[in-house]
Design a protein. Sequence first.
Length: 286
Amino acid sequence: MWIIFAVLSAFFAGVTTILAKIGIKNVNSNLATALRTIVVAFFAWIMVLVVGSYHTLGEIEVRNLIFLILSGMATGCSWLCYFKALKMGDVNKVVPIDKSSTILTILLAGIFLQETITPIKAVCICLIAVGTYLMIESKVAPSESKSQKGWRIYAALAAVFASLTAILGKVGITNIESNLGTAIRTVVVLVMAWLIVFMQGLHKEIKQVDKKSWTFILLSGLATGLAWLCYYYALQNGLVSVVVPVDKLSVLVVIVFGRVFLKERLKKRAVMGLVLIVVGTLCLLV
């Protein structure tokens, strides 16, 4: 079952990226992240009420709470960097760099969670690494302005924080109902996102958000909530080194939807890279 939830997480994560890309077109990325997080938090706590896991709030150990908070902070940093990069660059360029967190996560899982890196898994890591390299646009496009060139740095930072999120989250939700763990982490992200909004004075721009942006931001928040619930259920019940790569297959959804709705095309080199990533990920399930 956890593999199925990992696949569903990948689908909803891909949908999130496309909806968010459209939603943040005319909105500051940090403000959009904060608005999305309200939807995610609301949805997450509704699920907690539905499954009744709120009764176990008082039973959470301090160690678990600390790791959930740290995971939430890492998630907040990852989101802020990711959506900043998404606003500045093309989806097809940003997503592969962000998804490179798969490699770092597998390595960290082997170090800190004692998940064995078998020869087959090592080969899969190499395939994913080469595929990611091929998908990343190494040359700066002449049409990119100075303000647009920084998306690579933000995308790389998003990948690093995403890796930390998975490792810290895995430890944090040990012996905790996954929906409750997700809801607690979401509160941390919510507080963090809105602190940044108020520090930057972006709350004054809320009235300027148009209806179209509101619609796509809210829908992306709903998709994120679904992705998170599926992801942390899979993470709690499965291997981090398998769940994370499967979740990162959201790149397929992003590429397809990006072509349909954003008219973004892949070059032959990027297509080859995508094939290697998919093959490497699927081999991890063997």
